[in-house]
Design a protein around this ligand. Structure first.
Ligand code: PEP
Ligand code: MN
Length: 284
């Protein structure tokens, strides 16, 4: 990986911490949990989720408003209406929000409403999009491509840094393999390798890796044990009713329990959970 100049570690202990809001940073000693539905569906759905999640050690909200769906006939996301819902949730709770950008034409609008811009797996090697996100200063959550090698993943991050944006967090979300029991195969080896190769924070999305909710909690704990800096997990007040990715959505009770269960795992690897958002002084 001789071309990985900017993302490569210059010394073995080099670590970057990426600030996503005034008080939330990914890559420090604290484990950061980003949670929310696959897609923003309604104001009430997001308000129910936000009110619950802000009370536990979950630091950021997620929710897609531009959805990369396999079928053109599936729900494509609420677009700007969804961005306004996310912004309202941030306003109410003080939690930063993360959402996916699928096209260069969406960057300005999404950067106006969201705290962190996600590049989805299907766009990991959309080089024009990577270059354009290099020109914004909002942090970028770069998800590993469906069948991307570790080197391709690292070089996709290098594009963003090379074009001027140093605020990149990597997300392992499972890769395609022959087995159809799980949606993808969670590659924890990649988490370990990425932490050795790059100074960037690495988080894990066990939801898209597993595709089945009953597998998510154990994979989440394994990810923290393997050295991940955080997690991104899908949840829904009525998981079975989710308009997308229903099979992998955790209930709110399940994600609250999962979050608490991370504590001893984090402690075992010298980390701790981030704080709950409720009760913290509000950012200006
Ligand atoms: C998502 O996070 O909602 C998503 C579409 O994930 P991925 O790009 O990893 O499939
Ligand atoms: Mn999803």
């Amino acid at each position: 990986m001789k071309d990985a100049k900017l993302v490569a570690k210059s010394h073995v202990n080099q670590r970057s911490s990426i600030q996503i809001s005034e008080r939330v940073a990914i890559g420090n000693q604290e484990i950061i949990v980003i949670a929310g539905p696959c897609a923003v569906e309604t104001y009430d759905q997001m308000a129910t989720i936000t009110q619950r999640l802000c009370q536990v050690p979950i630091q950021a909200l997620r929710g897609g408003v531009y959805k990369p769906r396999t079928s053109p006939y599936s729900f494509q996301g609420l677009g700007v209406e969804g961005l306004k819902i996310l912004a309202a949730m941030r306003q109410q709770s003080g939690m930063p929000v993360v959402t996916e950008v699928m096209a260069i034409s969406q960057i300005e609008e999404i950067a106006h409403y969201a705290d962190m811009l996600q590049i989805g797996s299907r766009n990991m090697q959309n080089f024009d999009l990577l270059k354009a996100l290099g020109q914004v200063q909002k942090p970028v959550l770069l998800k590993r491509g469906l069948a991307a090698t570790i080197e391709e993943f690292v070089m996709a991050a290098e594009y963003i840094l090379a074009h001027g944006n140093p605020n990149v967090v990597l997300c392992e979300r499972g890769i395609r393999s022959f087995d159809t029991y799980t949606r993808n195969v969670l590659d924890l080896g990649a988490v370990v390798a990425l932490k050795q190769l790059t100074h960037l924070p690495v988080i894990v999305d066990p939801s898209h890796a597993a595709g089945k909710r009953e597998l998510v909690p154990d994979l989440a704990r394994a990810a923290i044990a393997a050295g991940a800096d955080g997690l991104m997990i899908e949840c829904h007040p009525e998981p079975e009713q989710s308009v997308s990715d229903a099979r992998q959505a955790l209930s709110l009770d399940d994600i609250v329990n999962l979050t608490h269960s991370l504590k001893p795992i984090a402690a075992a690897v010298g980390r701790s959970l981030g704080t709950a958002t409720v009760g913290l002084p509000r950012a200006a």
